[in-house]
Design a protein around this ligand. Sequence first.
Ligand SMILES: C[S@@+](CC[C@H](N)C(=O)[O-])C[C@H]1O[C@@H](n2cnc3c(N)ncnc32)[C@H](O)[C@@H]1O
Length: 225
Amino acid sequence: MSAAAEKEHTISIKPHEAEVLKELVLKYHVNTALEIGLAYGASAMTMLGARSELKLTSCDPFQQEDYQNSGLSKIADAGFQSRHTHIKALSDQALPKLLAEGKTYDLIFIDGDHKFSGAFVDFHFAAQMIENNGIVVFHDMWMRALILIRSYIKNNRPDLIEIPINCANMCAFQRIGKDERDGMVFKEFYTRKGYVKYHINRMAWERKNLFGKAVFRIKMILKGS
Ligand SMILES: C[S@@+](CC[C@H](N)C(=O)[O-])C[C@H]1O[C@@H](n2cnc3c(N)ncnc32)[C@H](O)[C@@H]1O
């Protein structure tokens, strides 16, 4: 695999994840979707291809400089352009504008900034724009920041329930009511689960020491690559 192909493979959702995303689009009759993080367009193409009624808004400021407009080209080549709007901006600038414009969505896919602050801000706005019965989907659930956000929602947001999906690396929450929390509410959501996993994953990602290199190798063998 060339370096470019390997980068695209690493960054994009995998085929089995795309299948789960497609099933969600069909099961929930998604007509309007918002995606944070377009990259090479794998998740965008999955959603647009799954249902001809679906209109997608994507948000990603780095489409041109980091991906040479690859996602936008795929969407145009497939003839999906008329159902797609791209916003070239950071999500923490774009999402408040969409909210102020009164936009709502049946599905919001969060796969942009994976730091806790960025993904949590994406969730904060997504929770206000998701339709009743609509779903907010997160990718990269192996990451510590995402694990904590999932735990926060499960403990603090009775208006959103986690729905079971057949994919360990994604999770989905459905809006089942209004956000009626009082101003004082806060339920602890930090858990030790994931803490050790984070540090092991981080070492494998950095591959600076023997342990990190060994874990990376084992992960690659398990993945079959
Ligand atoms: C993992 S990739 C998304 C992959 C894509 N969803 C797919 O599977 O086809 C993350 C993307 O988020 C974008 N991104 C990073 N920070 C962002 C932010 N603050 N707002 C919007 N997009 C952001 C990056 O440019 C990158 O394209």
